[in-house]
Design a protein around this ligand. Sequence first.
Ligand code: TXA
Ligand code: MG
Length: 331
Amino acid sequence: METKIFAKDQIDEAVALLREGELVAFPTETVYGLGAIATKEESVKNVYKAKGRPSDNPLIVTVSDEKMVERYAKSVPDRAKKLIKHFWPGPLTILLFVKEGSLPTAVTGGLKTVAFRCPDDKLTHDLIAKLGYPIVGPSANTSTKPSPTTAQHVYHDLRGKIAGIIDGGETRVGLESTIVDLSVETPIVLRPGEITPEEISEVLGEEVLINTGKVSDKEIPKAPGMKYRHYAPSAPVVVVDDVNDFAKIDFNDHIGVMALEDELDKIDLPKANKFNLGRNLVDADHNLFSGLRYFDDKKDITQIYVQGFNEGQASLAYMNRLNKAAGGHHF
Ligand code: TXA
Ligand code: MG
């Protein structure tokens, strides 16, 4: 299959392909998503195939507005309305009970809940509004690889497997949306993202829990996808939590380093072995997946050291993704 790249003004062609049941990748402010009309079961199944994704890992339903949520959620509680009003369009995904029979089980993985997201991206908003149907929106990468932050990343992973990619340039945030579960008594953040638990708590005026991924005797629902290996390049990744530890590493030409500019400057390695994460944590969020992909393509690199951050809730999302890429391995 030929994978077409669409420019901003070619949305109508993408809409036509989606209506025919084809898969089209789309930009969002977080990462690129892999779209198929959420009510077309066959197309949704093909999304799993294209990504190589286990079928028990449910998909996000990407909508253009709150009205679309009402069609597929059992109800939209006040808490959800507050969050939607404050954060949408934006990088917050909300878990609600699904209206039975309104979506194929391939979307929900057979769960009683469904994840709704309304991205802050005009192209994608217009695409969904034109379709009149929500589209599923898992990240448009091959399963286990870092999420794509450019159309080229999507092309690299899914060329020949999907009908098209809408090129909206580099994504703004670079890490996937915050997921908050509102189907439980106390809201819980299942996946950290740009919007922090504190910010959600402030808008709701109530306590918000954070899923740490640790097993406790209290049954905590988790995002099924979080249990899988993720984001990992082919070479092992090690997190360097204290930047002073970079000086202790015995560098050679097979080592890659990802760090902020100021730290990289102090390290004696060829330019090709260094990936600049930028000047601060926001830049690092934006660049993390690109860096992991950069080294994934360099087969002579056998070990990658990546700078860690300890900036409270602001660094939760970055550290969550980096810890997964590193399999929990710290210097
Ligand atoms: O920023 C994002 O959210 C991106 C862009 C493309 O919108 N999408 C994204 O989708 O990251 P995906 O499929 O790569 O990650 C969604 C996560 C998975 O870990 C999945 O298990 C979880 O959300 N999830 C989906 N539906 C769920 C449900 N009903 N209950 C619990 N977790 C759910
Ligand atoms: Mg993903």
